[in-house]
Design a binder for this molecule. Sequence first.
Ligand code: PMP
Length: 401
Amino acid sequence: IYADVPKGPAIEVFALTQAFKDDSNPSKVNLSVGAYRTDAGVPWVLPVVRKTEISIASDEAVNHEYLPVTGLDTFTSAATELVLGADSPAIKENRAFGVQTISGTGALRVAADFLHIHLNRNVVYYSNPTWENHHKIFSDAGFTTLKSYRYWDQNKRQLDFKNMVADLNEAPPGAVIILHACAHNPTGIDPTQEQWTELADLLEKKKLFPLFDSAYQGFASGDPDRDAWAVRYFVQRGFELFTCQSFAKNFGLYCERAGNLTVVQKCAGTKAAIHSQLTWIVRGQYSNPPAYGARIVSKVLNTPELRKEWMASIQTMSSRIRQMRTALRDKLVALGTPGNWDHIVNQIGMFSYTGLNESQVRVLIDEYHIYLLKTGRINMCGLNTGNIEYVAKAIHAAVTG
Ligand code: PMP
């Protein structure tokens, strides 16, 4: 009965990581996968996370009973507060609440299911390019019209705002618009505050539904308030919206799958019904979420001294990334590599959309053992003081070759 099952395509980012592992060349560099690395090129457990893990593990009062279907309350309230701001009127007026999810991906899927099943939404717009899973998540949830809006100007290597607005203007009322809250993946380019204001005007006028994907809060700039500006601005404008939060990057909890879906409503009265329907969606998918990561995030965010340590760690990560951006740009300029490389320092977050084309990427992989996505996206965290010279020279060779 299994004989006719066709083999699915490889997932590019995981296939590249496997190819990297299999490569025996000592100079190899992995710039593909989206995870933080230290300057020594290794994964980093945030010290505050390690400390909190140990204290939770040695706490006799902690057990392994099921969490409620919608997760750990102290986690969802802290996560909601982190994204909306502690003094958010939406929280004070009981118009906002969170539901724990299987990291950011799970938040997106639960959101998509709710929008499709209970609000009859079938149309979703995501940026071109975007995180490649957006399409699959919404398609699997039953959305029938999956469209992209233009976002990146490959020639100028910057935001294509005019065409972004033109495409969103064509969206039918009620369409779900996925917006990256900060540190757009893969381009690293976000709208300015003026542009966000214009987008809010447009979404309001056209009655479009904003769904913020927030996978990099705090990790992007080192300041969680700054990275949440767009979400908070839309809330302040009175939008009803969803925010899908991931704690993979900002807490380094990739495999622990800690996420939160924040629902913002116009009035508190709709909460009970929405909450109950989200409960049923989670119940049917995985019954209840894992506790491990949520306990860590909850304890850190709810304990002032631990929260301070976390703030220091997100500074460490974001500033290392910024240093690598400057170093790479400076080295390419020093080498005289044709083209303007300022976009590398103007972009924010983990990724840089280098503007390298597919054949240049091929050269980097085949001849220099440097692994990156065929779109030219690189993970800045894969760079360090030990390999940046090698990578810059390889890029120079690929561009001039
Ligand atoms: N959205 C975006 C834009 C992302 O980059 C990611 C992580 N690559 C996610 C969502 C979800 O990640 P996770 O499920 O690991 O939290």
